[in-house]
Design a protein around this ligand. Structure first.
Ligand SMILES: [Zn+2]
Length: 103
């Protein structure tokens, strides 16, 4: 599981602390991967293709946003792993506000 069997073979004399650290590292990676997967589930299609009434709206004035292409950012999780997010970035045609959906 999670490569721990192999790790244990390579570290037959690992201390409790070393085992704990190795497990923590894998849990953090798994956690980050899971967060990324769950977040990406929320955006299966680019909303630039959607009709205006289904698009995200401006937080300031409520107008449907204009898509401005994809942007990728990395978010640090509490476990210390970075989660990569790719989102369609939009701007408001009415007030010019930028918008990057959080998830
Ligand atoms: Zn606006």
């Amino acid at each position: 599981m999670l490569g721990m069997t192999q790790w244990r073979k390579e570290h037959p004399h690992a201390t409790w602390a070393e085992i704990e650290a190795a497990v923590d590292e894998r849990m953090n990676q798994l956690r980050a991967q899971l967060i990324q997967d769950v977040v990406q589930m929320g955006e299966s299609e680019p909303w630039s293709e959607m009709p205006p009434e289904e698009r995200p709206t401006c937080a300031t004035c409520g107008k449907p946003l204009s898509a401005r292409g994809e942007q990728t950012r990395f978010i640090q999780t509490t476990g210390g792993e970075a989660v990569k997010l790719t989102r369609t970035y939009g701007t408001c045609p009415a007030c010019g506000g930028g918008f990057f959906p959080p998830g």
